[in-house]
Design a protein around this ligand. Structure first.
Ligand SMILES: Nc1ncnc2c1ncn2[C@@H]1O[C@H](COP(=O)(O)OP(=O)(O)OP(=O)(O)O)[C@@H](O)[C@H]1O
Length: 267
């Protein structure tokens, strides 16, 4: 079963996500850390991309900037042609809620709410009022993700893999232009991690969802059709699936970069 799209995901939005020359600096005591140092990337509609790189290279910062959770010092992010920097805070929050689906390593579900209520949250109107069709859409999504029997359960009564599927359902419920996932398998064992990767791949292939996922695991990144490797706040390499035929070859190439055995010109 494929969920019907309420938005023109593949028509007007051929470039759902673009970044241009992003720079982001953080203060750490008296030091300045350049987390992003000129990142320009374009993600096409229906693309499934992984962002990899050694710890501290700026992956999460990039994802947060693309999600509008962190404002860059310079450069811009454009989602479906809308520059996030041109939106004041209130409109940015609203835009993000409708057009960007977020998935985090720690699931970020509300423990006092059931799976169904968590998934309905992005559809609730001002004052917590239920909007038309919210319950039906959330139920359909949870069913689609194999959680039809679990909709009344609270997160602490669910496995990590189930909680992450609830979080993915919540990310999908507004039918956003893009799904941004920060280490979505990072808190899961390999079996549950694989199941989440398979689910993301299915959502990408069967529904044309554009997905950008941060991970430091080559086995997880190899599910994607494109792998961007970052180093020191910049894009070090940008590979398509034909350049890494399997997880093992990706792991080898990635390890060479992380260990410093490859220079930029050789990638
Ligand atoms: N809020 C912050 N305040 C200060 N420094 C920060 C902040 N967020 C990130 N940094 C620094 O920016 C750099 C990039 O961090 P970021 O979390 O984006 O890296 P990462 O590649 O996601 O790392 P990891 O794989 O370990 O999660 C790091 O040096 C980090 O210490």
């Amino acid at each position: 079963m494929t969920l019907e799209s309420a938005s023109p995901r593949n028509s007007t939005a051929s470039i759902p996500l673009e970044t241009a020359d992003l720079v982001k600096t953080f203060h750490q005591g008296t030091n300045l850390v350049k987390a992003l140092n000129g990142v320009s990337l374009t993600f096409r509609a229906g693309e499934f991309a992984a962002i990899m790189g050694p710890s501290g290279c700026g992956k999460s910062t990039l994802l947060h900037v693309m999600a509008g959770l962190t404002r860059p010092d310079s450069g811009f992010v454009s989602v479906e042609g809308e520059k996030l920097s041109s939106l004041p805070d209130g409109r940015l929050t609203d835009f993000r809620r409708r057009r960007i689906g977020l998935v985090f390593q720690q699931f970020n579900l509300i423990t006092a709410l059931t799976a169904l209520e968590n998934v309905m949250l992005p559809l609730m109107a001002e004052g917590g009022r239920e909007t038309n069709g919210a319950r039906e859409r959330a139920t359909l999504l949870l069913d689609r993700l194999g959680l039809g029997e679990r909709i009344g359960h609270r997160p602490d009564a669910m496995s990590g893999g189930e909680q992450q599927r609830v979080a993915i359902a919540r990310a999908l419920v507004t039918d956003p232009a893009i799904i941004l996932a920060d280490e979505p398998t990072g808190s899961l064992d390999s079996g549950n991690g694989n199941a989440i990767c398979a689910l993301l791949k299915e959502l990408n292939e069967e529904e044309g969802r554009t997905i950008v996922m941060v991970t430091h695991e080559p086995a997880v990144a190899s599910w994607a059709g494109r792998v961007v490797v970052m180093k020191d706040g910049t894009v070090f390499s940008d590979w398509t699936a034909d350049q890494f035929p399997d997880a093992q070859s990706l792991a080898l190439r990635y390890q060479e970069i992380v260990s410093g055995n490859v220079t930029l010109g050789a990638v």
